[in-house]
Design a protein around this ligand. Structure first.
Ligand code: FNR
Length: 357
C-alpha cells in the first residue's frame, strides 16, 4: 500500500476506532478549595516550552500531511484554528514529503496559513540529521518532534521490525539541527527510564503520548488479516506516564497527550506536571464532523473552562496549577505504588499564596 493511501486510511480508522477513554485521568481528583482567593480575570494561561512562551497550554498534536489534497485541507483548517487561538501545532510525519516532493504542499500550507505561529515538524526515529534538517526547513519549523511508535510499527503489516540505534540517531538530530527536539510517543506512553535516557542526550521535552486515546494498535489491526489483538490493550495510560516523567529525576519539560478530550483532562494533566497538553484524535473528529466552525467553538470552550477550573482550585498561573493538591486513586495509584513513586507528594503540596503573574 502506498504511503499516501496509508495516511488517509489512518484518518478513517482513527475516526471509526474512536478513543479508548482509559487514560487513568479519572483516577485523579483535585482537592476542593473553598477559599481559592482567585478571580477569573487574574487567570493567565501562558506557558513555557523550552525557551518559548505561548499563550495557550493546549496544542494540536501531530496528525497529517502526505496524503494529497484531502490531508492538505485538514492541515489548512488546523493551521487556521491554531492561529486563531495562538496555539502551537505539530504536523504529521513529514517522511512522505521527503520521499515525494509533490506532497510538500500538504505540509507547507500550515506555515502559509500561520506565518508567525509556532509550528512543530515531525519525523520518526529512523530519520537522519539530513532528513531532519530538510523537514525543519520545509515548514520553517520552530521545533521538531521525533515520534516513537514501536507498537504501531510491529502491528503494521509493512512496518519496521528493527529499532536498534534509535537513541543514538535522536542524539545526532539533537546535536545537528540547532532547534529544540521533542520526543513523543503515539499513544503507548513512556516510562521513567526512557525519559531519563532522552533527557541525558539533550532532548528538550517529552510528550508522554499515553495509552487511553487514539489506539494505533487497533488502527493497524484493522488493516491486518490476522490481528495482533494482544497489542490492543498495550501501553502506559496517560496519567501514569505523566507521573513516570515527573518522577524521572530530570528537569525535562513534560507534555501530556493521549486521550485528552475535556478541559478537566487538560487541568489534571497540568497538575500532574505537564507544561503543554496535546490533542489529536478529538480535534480531528470535531473538524470532520462539525467543520472549522465547530472546532473554533470547542477550542474556545476548552480555554474558557480551563480558566474556570483554575479559578476553582486557586491557580492563577500554569505553574500554580502544577502545584494544585490532588488525590490519586484506583489503578493509577496502584501503578505509582508499584513503581515506587510517592503518591503523597501530590496531596501534601499547596499553591503558594505569593505567586502571581
Ligand atoms: C496521529 N499521530 C501521529 N503522531 C506522529 O508523531 N506522527 C504522525 O504522523 C501521526 N499521525 C497521526 C494520524 C492520525 C489520524 C491521528 C489521530 C494521530 C498520533 C498523535 O499525534 C497522538 O500521539 C495520538 O493520536 C494520541 O493522542 P490522541 O489522538 O489520543 O489525542
Amino acid at each position: 500500500m502506498s504511503r499516501s493511501r496509508r495516511k488517509w486510511d489512518h484518518i478513517q480508522h482513527a475516526l471509526t476506532t474512536g478513543q479508548e477513554r482509559v487514560t487513568g485521568l479519572d483516577d485523579i481528583v483535585f482537592i476542593h478549595q473553598s477559599l481559592p482567593d482567585t478571580g477569573i480575570s487574574q487567570i493567565s494561561l501562558d506557558t513555557k516550552i523550552g525557551e518559548l512562551t505561548v499563550s495557550s497550554p493546549i496544542f494540536i498534536n501531530a496528525m497529517t500531511g502526505g496524503g494529497g489534497e484531502r490531508t492538505m485541507r485538514i492541515n489548512r483548517d488546523l493551521a487556521v484554528a491554531a492561529k486563531e487561538f495562538g496555539m502551537i501545532m505539530a504536523v504529521g510525519s513529514q517522511m512522505s514529503a521527503l520521499k515525494n516532493a509533490d506532497e510538500e504542499k500538504t505540509y507547507t500550507i500550515v506555515r502559509k496559513e500561520n506565518p508567525k505561529g509556532i509550528i512543530i515538524g515531525n519525523l520518526g526515529s529512523e530519520a537522519t540529521v539530513e532528513e531532519a534538517k530538510r523537514a525543519v526547513d520545509m515548514i520553517e519549523a520552530n521545533m521538531l518532534q521525533i515520534h516513537l511508535n514501536v507498537i504501531q510499527e510491529l502491528t503494521m503489516p509493512e512496518g519496521e521490525r528493527d529499532f536498534t540505534g534509535a537513541l543514538k540517531r535522536i542524539e545526532s538530530i539533537v546535536k545537528g539541527i540547532g532547534l529544540p527536539v521533542i520526543v513523543k510517543e503515539v499513544g503507548f506512553g513512556m516510562n521513567q527510564t526512557v525519559v531519563k535516557s532522552l533527557a541525558s542526550i539533550g532532548v528538550k521535552a517529552v510528550d508522554v503520548g499515553g495509552f487511553g486515546g487514539t489506539n494505533f494498535a487497533k488502527i493497524e489491526n484493522e488493516r491486518r488479516q490476522r490481528m495482533l489483538s494482544f497489542f490492543n490493550d498495550w501501553g502506559i495510560p496517560t496519567a501514569a506516564a505523566l507521573a513516570e516523567a515527573k518522577n524521572s529525576g530530570t528537569s525535562i519539560d513534560i507534555i501530556s497527550s493521549g486521550g485528552i478530550q475535556t478541559s478537566l483532562d487538560i487541568a489534571k494533566s497540568i497538575a500532574l506536571g505537564a507544561n503543554l497538553v496535546g490533542i489529536a484524535g478529538y480535534f480531528l473528529k470535531i473538524l470532520v464532523k462539525e467543520g472549522l466552525e465547530g472546532l473554533f467553538e470547542e477550542m474556545k470552550l476548552l480555554h474558557e473552562e480551563l480558566a474556570l477550573i483554575m479559578t476553582a482550585v486557586g491557580a492563577k498561573t500554569i505553574s500554580d496549577l502544577q502545584n494544585a493538591p490532588l488525590v490519586i486513586s484506583g489503578k493509577t495509584h496502584h501503578w505509582l505504588v508499584e513503581r515506587n513513586i510517592d503518591t503523597k507528594q501530590y496531596n501534601q503540596r499547596f499553591i503558594k499564596k505569593t505567586s502571581s503573574h
